[in-house]
Design a protein around this ligand. Sequence first.
Ligand code: NAP
Length: 440
Amino acid sequence: MKHIAIIGSGPAGYYTAEAAQKQWGDDVQIDIFDRLPVPYGLIRSGVAPDHQSIKGVAKRYEAVAQSDNVRFLGNVTIGEDISIAELEVLYDAVVLATGAPHDKKLGLEGEDLANVYGSAAFVGWYNGHPQFATLDPALSGTGAVVIGNGNVALDVARILAKTRDELAGSDIVAHALDILEESRIEQITILGRRGPHQIAMTTKELGELAHLTRACPRVDPGDLPDLGDDALLEPGQRKSVTHLRSFAAIPESHRADKAIEIEFDFFAAPKRIIGEQGKVTGVEVERTKLDGGRALGTGETYVIPASLVVACIGYQTSPIPGVPFEESAGRFANVDGRILPGLYCVGWARRGPSGTIGTNRPDGFSVIERLVEDFTSGAAGGPGKLGSEGFDVIAQQRALKIVRFRDWKKIEEAETGRAREDSPREKFVNVGAMIEAAGG
Ligand code: NAP
């Protein structure tokens, strides 16, 4: 029997559990830990609330979670309730699937002004993550700047632009819906430090901007490279750029009906966040030009007025004391998922914040190959590991309030039961309420 601890119950964690089951069948016992009482990581708190079909993948994880040899152990914080060193003694392998929950910093003056957020915080707020539920952003000004040209920037711009009716069917939490409904934002500027050919946005997500009830995208035709140059792009990227070209061709007459403009400002690097009395009032931007694919400042600057700034520039993993960390890349130091024999990482904790949910599946299978190598060579694992049984003893000694999968199903049922008419669920946004819904 192999005993495996997986830290993190998001996509990377569940795909790793699935791969372990495929490898060892009934001869493996897997404990999946999460610091929250609820599973699924970014599926619950990162994927946009109006992208419900993507969240459907959780059904697949549920099938894994309900197998006899897999346990979900929610409300356990590694490093506080139990250490990595203790887990390494109990389990043949410990796999860190902790994602990248922290915002990368812009490193700019003014970043700490009020109403300047990173996307982990802002997305966490509208998705009801307990850590960010009380963010309470002010949407009372007319200008918002979204920094970054990735899919998260698109999510944030779209959620800011959608009407209440357009959010029907989503699971955006009530506190966010109420604030968004009162929003006065008219101008959303998406800042890209490079150009249309360097965007990290995908076609479907970009295309959605063309179909918003009260918002219209704008691209300056002068920013678009020559049409012939699109042939040099990968097919997916080419399709995305086609959307940008169509945004540039939207006639002014069509814009007249739209209360909100989503403007793509390319070749524009944020230089400084400007504020008054502690609150953001604008972003100073430097015009850039490309040099071998890199953005170089031209010295030309201007200010975009804004009372809300959301930096969507990527995430980093939280270091864990004693676990080797690669500071510059914001992830655990590893080779192909192996940190040390017996200690591994997958998903964003392994490779940094890139790729889609599906990218984590091969990642999970690949890390299991490392485990097999180390078990076979004798570098990891061995007789005498107590696994789940050993953890349960410690949990009892420390009086940990573990939330099991059956408890999560009670939370889920309660969230479904209190949902708005047009929503699949109303999430609990603090840990106490989740535990209460689980029956205490
Ligand atoms: P991302 O795709 O890495 O994009 C980050 C963007 O921030 C890039 O445009 C980058 O520009 C820019 N940036 C980085 N540092 C900057 C700085 N200091 N100043 C200005 N701009 C800066 O990250 P993401 O949008 O957070 O997405 C993370 C991952 O999740 C991606 O793989 C994404 O595709 C995925 N995701 C997918 C979906 C979906 O499929 N629907 C939704 C959300 C997220 P440079 O290119 O110049 O570095």
